[in-house]
Design a protein around this ligand. Sequence first.
Ligand code: GLU
Length: 523
Amino acid sequence: MASSKKSTQARKKSSSSDSRSSTPSKTKKDASRKNGVAAKSKSGQGVSRLTSLISSEPSFFRTVERYFDRAADHADFPTGILNQIRACNSVYMIRFPVRIKNDVKVFTGWRVQHSHHRLPTKGGIRFADHVTQDEVMALAAQMTYKCAIVNVPFGGAKGGVQVDAKKYDLDVVERVTRRYTMEMIKRNCIGPGIDVPAPDYGTGQREMAWIADTYQAVSPGQMDALACVTGKPVSQGGIRGRHSATGRGLFFAVREALATEKNAKLFGMEPGLEGKRVIIQGLGNVGYWAAKNLQDGGTEIIGIAEYEGGIYDKNGLDVEEVFQHRNETGSILNFKQAKNVKQRNKLLEYDCDILVPAALENQINSGNASRIKAKMIAEGANGPVSANAEEVLLKRGIHMLPDIYANAGGVTASYFEWLKNIAHVRFGRIGKRHEEGTNKRIVNMIEQVTGHSLSPSDRALFIHGADEDDYVDSGLEETMITAYYEIVDAYRSNSKVKDLRTAAFLVSIDKIGTSYMELGIFP
Ligand code: GLU
């Protein structure tokens, strides 16, 4: 154990002062506006800093640093290497103009590259009017640890633009997206081998297609240009299964965590998914697919919370029907015989086996942690449980499947999309028919030898050759299961590691630290 208390203190001292710095002065803001250039700025932290002060929660970035420090105490690397893993390498703050009708509005955005130990760096882009620099830094750091946990060979990054896209016409959202992309291109912080964005809160396939198009437009002849962004529509170089991958990955994580008596014991549950009662917060991309997969896997979805409130039915809700109901009425409330829970976060406190917060950060905090009754919290969102809440929950014996593992399915499928783009071929395209021919010969022979004919559906199932979605699903399942046991091994083999988040951080610190030790420090 090379890193002692002393090294933790050293790290704390050198801890990114950014998360504690104040909002920049007017002069600095004015200067960057006047010059129209990106600056390494500490701007945008005012809101999250204020929120932290009011709620006595550390800022999101500070929270991630705290988790890092807790795990680093069990890691065997020199302090300087640990400091380097923990630091945010580049923080770009960008202000850019966008024409809206007859006026111009200046938008603020960030791209943060947390770690360059592997390239490209990778991470989504968040569009929300409440995005702050602290948040983007925290999310970028989490991407580093997330990629390491699931063996995706990328560094971590994240982007954000302060924009509530719902308030604007589509053409404005398109101009914001394209101009933000252009600002990244100008700074050489986007590209297949540099930094590869993806969707996050407030963005999706549509925005990713605009980013790809903008990048391609100014990169003539660059054959790998499409790999500059993932989460694109399938028709534009996206990959089948990416859209549902975060929720599907969370399902694999929960399923594995309850797969055996030994695994399930940590959560105080019997093994298996059958009949487990689940409450989901957020019916967006992550929540919807997590809920659907968990329902298909045999659990009962007894509660769903959304922005407008929650619905509860102890006999189970049909996820697809709730989704349709929301599309038709604009709200999940008043769904069949389900009970309306007007205060949306109240539902998090209802009795259930598995709670899946799949909306935004800080949803389980010091205000409600003592009232949470779930036996397992599977973190679909990034940072849904605050640092203070985590302490309370662990004391109460409630364990979490941490976000840096539980929602890593998205970036895993993004990695497959990136591979597809640089290979310029769809997985399965070359081998599928050959595989089917072989399978057909085997099935024919078995039928001949046994004198038994398979039903047409069984026959089709046996013969089917793997296609793109099969490969993505298989790769995702393999990734989530392997990562689960890496985390659990770290947890079980170190009696001082008391929870899965610390174990997950420890696993990633070990991988990233090894990478720095082997590569050396340039020059
Ligand atoms: N935004 C997603 C995340 O937080 C996906 C990132 C990616 O695919 O690069 O994991």
